[in-house]
Design a protein around this ligand. Structure first.
Ligand SMILES: Cc1cc2nc3c(=O)[nH]c(=O)nc-3n(C[C@H](O)[C@H](O)[C@H](O)COP(=O)(O)O)c2cc1C
Length: 204
């Protein structure tokens, strides 16, 4: 009799725990999906520095990305002072916009850690996964960010390498501009869902 009561009590506790677990999982899924679906490229920022703990959270997200054979062939250059940002921005009209960026993270390949032979180019996929993780972390932290192209434009690659005096083993793929979004130039997320871009199974 006592054992039956104990069994019933234990089952009730387990059932309640599983209910609260699935409820929590559902809200986690919603939070993650909301973060992905509401991200948009932000190109206008407040003149407010990005806190060090937020920089580290974004870098942790970037380095959590999957990579081919777990090679992690990356290096992140953090430009978080007006001087460092100005050094990256250089001169000219476009540079003025770049200079208004509170934080730039240059995502680089570390050629010493890259795969060799036929799969060498897979570093682009590795670094792109890291970059997207970083963009999503920025958005979750209330920051805005935009991916800007460096690779594959050879002149840009050389320019960035020169401006930052990069060591020979580093090769910049992109620069992520980050800061607190300017509410006067709000970036709206785009609805890109398109069933025509999905095929289930093979073609006949
Ligand atoms: C590989 C890549 C390169 C990009 N290069 C630039 C760039 O050089 N300058 C820029 O303003 N945005 C750049 N973007 C951002 C895209 O313009 C943007 O992601 C796209 O228009 C979709 O908008 P969304 O990010 O708001 O969804 C780049 C994005 C990717 C993925």
């Amino acid at each position: 009799m006592k054992i039956n009561i104990l069994k019933t009590a234990l089952l009730s506790v387990l059932f309640a725990a599983s209910l609260s677990l699935s409820a929590q999982t559902d809200s986690n899924v919603k939070a993650v999906m909301d973060n992905i679906l509401t991200r948009a490229s932000v190109r206008s920022f407040l003149e407010k520095p990005v806190e060090q703990d937020k920089i580290e959270t974004m870098l942790r997200a970037a380095m959590a990305a999957p990579t081919d054979r777990n090679l992690q062939p990356w290096h992140f250059v953090v430009l978080n002072t007006p001087e460092a940002v100005a050094q990256y921005a250089g001169d000219g009209e476009r540079a003025q916009r770049m200079k208004k960026t509170p934080l730039i993270i240059v995502v680089c390949a570390d050629t010493a850690r890259m795969a060799k032979g036929e799969v060498r180019e897979i570093w682009i996929q590795d670094l792109s996964a890291a970059t997207e993780n970083l963009l999503l972390a920025a958005h979750a932290l209330g920051l805005g960010a935009v991916w800007t192209t460096v690779h594959p434009i050879a002149a840009k690659v050389e320019n960035v390498r020169k401006k930052l005096n990069m060591p020979a083993n580093l090769y910049p793929m992109c620069a992520i501009r980050i800061g607190y979004p300017n509410p006067e130039r709000k970036a709206e997320p785009k609805d890109k869902w398109d069933v025509n871009k999905i095929t289930y199974g093979a073609w006949k």
